[in-house]
Design a protein. Structure first.
Lengths: 325, 325
């Protein structure tokens, strides 16, 4: 333990509820053991899953009191006695484990080194903190699970969202032809990220447009980042044997249309997993300028309640990053 | 057209309902054109999907009047002018297309040659007619969709059923360790087919046994041939990232447990597709004695209503074949 500081500030929830449950606390500084690292958090970010956990939707998996937050960009300050991949001073970025560990709304964060990756050298901590959860989610959905292939057609919902903005870039790098939905004020952004067909979902019917653009065939892959009625409607745009990856837990509450069966759909339920490998792969793409972060705004960790509100109000363009000062 | 016969007998439904809707009719002999073949049906069989269609459950896909039946073993008697893969006299077996074509409860059957395969040389027509739909279904579920790999654990529900009996054999050939459920009087059969752990589902809780046998880990692949509560309960036996293949359309009516999401399940909805390739592959395995048909009983086509009743009463061991004389 190389740091003399004995406590750290963190934003903690001790009950589930609205944004008021997010409260500053002074907590004991964690001590790394075995292959753990203690990381000084320079920046973290907010993700929709944070709001869902805060409201209690993951009460089966996550117990309170809890520190939320699932993105870290920072610097290693101390290492457990068996840690060997990183040393104090290393700049790192990673997705803290969502279940069983504390999150990153804090000045310091304890992590197993096996899920930690080197920060992209061409990004600031603020930029790098926008990547781990959203990037790993897009990677899990499109690369690991749906296995997007060259020449395929992919529908990505909410292409200007935190996950969507990275998903468009990954799908394009796979050689796919990308349809995406967004609001009118984000059309330029998603086009610039590489989307081939952009659908203003408030003005136009995405099912009609996709049927027209694919000569009635539909798409090979659907990435559902919205759930509910949008998920159900998306099935109309599916080609036979379409792979649908959904990151929205609520879809399990919906009764599913029989077209899933007659169309031989594969439905991949995606709950993002922490992994160094994925972040190594994404860092490579970022350093080669093949993928870039999309940041809506930068706030301070102490204002995380406001960041949650902003995210829940919708219309966020990429990610809201929280600097830890 | 080399046959002089002008009409053929077929079992037809002109309305949806109980087994009484299956009626013998004298119909015009179909004439093959282009790449079509006219096949004299020596044997066909009954499958659960026949009963479901008869009851109107597929009213969105299948219009009446209809000839049901989705297995043929027979002999080519005439060929369309562009057919080149088969000639009159060839012994063939195949899965008629379920949607858009007539089925095989008939003396003759018209088929596109692209989905027809050579009959296994070591099987009688009666034996060969037990294979196409059940074998293609097991192939689609385990090989094409769930992609069973060597060393994996697989749960196959209803291992003594028409599909299950072939699925056990295919999963074993993939190098998997197979758990199956069946009734007490079928335990010897499924063991002989290769099942490693046999669960008498009326006596024992398959979830408990699988958890015990896998040290709490669960299985890599689940083949759901039952649906409903059994499907939902099976999710408790799933390892993280388990692939579930279901051939039961009714599961889309069930609301799904959130474990599908937290366990990163891939759910493959399987509606079997006709293909020569699959039946070529299965023929190879049959001729090498690596797969064998399992036949419950042999009846006559004119008694198809009784065969439907027998199938719906449950407890069938493998397939009920119908000879066409």
């Amino acid at each position: 333990m190389k740091t003399a500081v004995k406590t750290m500030k963190a934003m903690v929830i001790t009950s589930f509820g609205d944004t008021k449950v997010l409260k500053a606390e002074e907590l004991p500084m964690p001590k790394p053991k075995d292959r753990e690292l203690l990381v000084k958090v320079y920046a973290t970010s907010v993700n929709p899953v944070d709001c869902k956990i805060r409201k209690g939707m993951f009460g089966d998996l996550i117990k309170i009191p809890a520190i939320l937050g699932f993105d870290v960009s920072g610097v290693v300050v101390a290492t457990g006695e068996k840690a060997s991949d990183f040393k104090a001073g290393d700049e790192v970025y990673y997705l803290p484990r969502i279940v069983g560990w504390q999150g990153s709304y804090a000045e310091y964060h304890l992590v197993e080194e096996s899920i930690v990756s080197k920060k992209p050298s061409n990004l600031s901590h603020t930029e790098a903190a926008s990547i781990p959860l959203a990037g790993s989610t897009a990677w899990d959905a499109l690369i690991e699970r749906a296995k997007v292939q060259i020449g395929e057609t992919v529908l990505i919902h909410a292409g200007a969202g935190g996950v969507g903005a990275l998903a468009i870039q990954l799908a394009k790098l796979c050689g796919a032809y990308v349809f995406t939905t967004c609001s009118d004020y984000n059309i330029d952004l998603v086009k610039e990220l590489g989307a081939d067909v952009v659908i203003d979902y408030k003005e136009d019917d995405f099912v009609e447009i996709i049927k027209e653009e694919t000569n009635g065939k539909g798409v090979d892959v659907i990435f559902d980042t919205v759930g509910g009625a949008t998920f159900i409607k998306s099935i109309e745009t599916a080609k036979p044997f379409c792979r649908i990856a959904s990151i929205v837990r609520d879809i399990t509450e919906t009764s599913m249309p029989p077209e899933l069966y007659s169309k031989n759909i594969s439905l991949h339920f995606v709950f993002v997993q922490s992994s160094r490998y994925k972040l190594d792969m994404i860092r490579n793409l970022i350093e080669k300028k093949q993928v870039r972060p999309v940041i809506d705004s930068v706030m301070l960790l102490k204002d995380v309640a406001q960041a949650h509100k902003k995210l829940e109000n919708g219309g966020v363009r990429g990610k809201i990053v929280l600097e830890v000062v």
